[in-house]
Design a protein around this ligand. Structure first.
Ligand code: PBG
Length: 322
C-alpha cells in the first residue's frame, strides 16, 4: 500500500508563515499606563522604572503627540497628588490631579486619546491602603461610597472608561449604580477582577508612592496559589456590570488569562505590570537579553493565552516595531 508522504510541518516560507499566524498584536489593543503628578512643568524619570516618567498635566501633550505617532491612542491614568489624607479625598476632588489631566486632555485631544482612569485610593491615602481604614483594616462598605464618588468625579471630568483596581467586594455594582444614576450609562467599567497580591507591583509602588505604611494588601488582593478564585471573581464582576475583566499581573499568570478568557463572554484585559517591565529593562541594560525581541515575545504570549487587550509600559515599542 502506498503511503502518502506528507511532512508533519508544512514547509512555510516567511511570507506564508506571516499569513497564517494565529496571534497578532494590533496597536488598537494596547493601553499605555501614565503616571500623572500634581504640579507644573514636570517630566521626571521614575527610578524604579527607567524609561517611564512622572508627568504633570500641563506637559502631557508632549507624551500624547509621541504616543499617537506610534499608533497608541489609549492610556490608563494614575494620579500622584501633592498631599494625601486619611480619606484619600484628593481622588474625588474636582480639582484633583486626575481631574485636571482629564479636562486638559479632553479639551485638546477630544476623542483622539481614549482615557481610562485607574480607580483606587492607595495613591491618595496617607496610610497607603486602597480604602478607608477602621481600626487597622479596610472598611469595605465605607470604601464603596468613596469609590462611587471618585468614579463620578472622574466621569464628570471626561474619563472614557473607569477601571476599579481596589478589589473591594461589590465595588463594580456600586460604581455602575452611581454612574447610571448620573447619566453616565455610556461609560464602561473595566474591572481589575483577578488582581493577585504580587511582588511584581514593587516598582509601581515606589513610582506611585503607594506602598502601604503598615501591613499588606493580602486581605483584599488574591492569593496566587489560586486559579478557581479568578473564575469566581471574573463572573461576579460581570454579574455586577463589568464590561471588561482584567487579569493582573500578566506574565506569571498566563494560565489564569487562558482560563478566564475561555470562561467569559466579555473581553479580557491583561496588565503587564511594573515588575515585568523592570525585569526586562534591567536584563537588557546589563546586555543579557535582546530587549525588543523579548518585549515582543512576552506580549505575544499574553495575547496567545487569550487576552483581547494588553496594558503595557512597552505599548509604544510594541506598536511601532510591528
Ligand atoms: C492600585 C494599582 C497598583 C497597580 C495598578 N493599580 C498597585 C497595587 O495594587 O499595589 C500596579 C501596576 C504595576 O505594578 O504596574 N491599587
Amino acid at each position: 500500500m502506498e503511503i502518502l508522504k506528507r511532512p508533519r510541518r508544512l514547509r512555510y516560507n516567511r511570507t506564508l508563515r506571516e499569513a497564517v499566524r494565529e496571534t497578532r498584536i494590533s496597536a488598537s489593543s494596547l493601553i499605555y499606563p501614565v503616571f500623572i503628578k500634581e504640579g507644573r512643568g514636570i517630566k521626571a524619570e521614575i527610578c524604579s522604572m527607567p524609561g517611564q516618567y512622572h508627568w504633570s498635566p500641563d506637559r502631557l501633550p508632549e507624551l500624547y503627540d509621541r504616543l499617537l505617532e506610534t499608533g497608541v491612542n489609549k492610556i490608563i491614568m494614575f494620579g500622584i497628588p501633592s498631599t494625601k489624607d486619611e480619606e484619600g479625598s484628593g481622588a474625588y476632588s474636582g480639582d484633583g490631579v486626575i481631574q485636571q489631566a482629564l479636562r486638559l486632555t479632553k479639551q485638546r485631544y477630544r476623542e483622539a486619546v481614549y482615557c481610562v482612569t485607574d480607580l483606587c485610593m492607595c495613591e491618595y491615602t496617607s496610610h497607603g491602603h486602597c480604602g478607608i481604614l477602621r481600626g487597622g483594616d479596610v472598611d469595605n462598605d465605607k470604601t464603596l461610597e468613596s469609590l462611587a464618588r471618585i468614579a463620578l468625579s472622574q466621569a464628570a471630568a471626561g474619563a472614557d472608561m473607569i477601571a476599579p483596581s481596589d478589589m473591594m467586594d461589590g465595588r463594580v455594582r456600586a460604581i455602575r449604580l452611581a454612574l447610571d444614576a448620573r447619566d453616565f450609562q455610556h461609560i464602561p467599567i473595566m474591572a481589575y477582577s483577578a488582581k493577585y497580591a504580587s511582588a511584581f507591583y514593587g516598582p509601581f509602588r515606589s513610582a506611585a508612592d503607594s506602598a502601604p505604611a503598615t501591613g499588606d494588601r493580602k486581605s483584599y488582593q488574591m492569593d496566587y496559589h489560586n486559579k478557581k478564585e479568578a473564575r469566581k471573581e471574573a463572573l461576579a464582576d460581570i454579574e455586577e456590570g463589568a464590561d471588561i475583566v482584567m487579569v493582573k499581573p500578566a506574565l506569571s499568570y498566563l494560565d489564569v488569562i487562558q482560563t478566564v478568557s475561555r470562561l467569559v463572554d466579555v473581553p479580557v484585559a491583561a496588565y503587564s505590570v511594573s515588575g515585568e517591565y523592570a525585569m526586562i529593562k534591567a536584563a537588557a541594560a546589563a546586555g543579557l537579553i535582546d530587549e525588543a525581541a523579548i518585549v515582543y515575545e512576552t506580549a505575544v504570549s499574553v495575547f496567545r493565552a487569550g487576552a483581547d487587550i494588553l496594558i503595557s509600559y512597552f505599548a509604544p515599542e510594541l506598536s511601532s516595531n510591528r
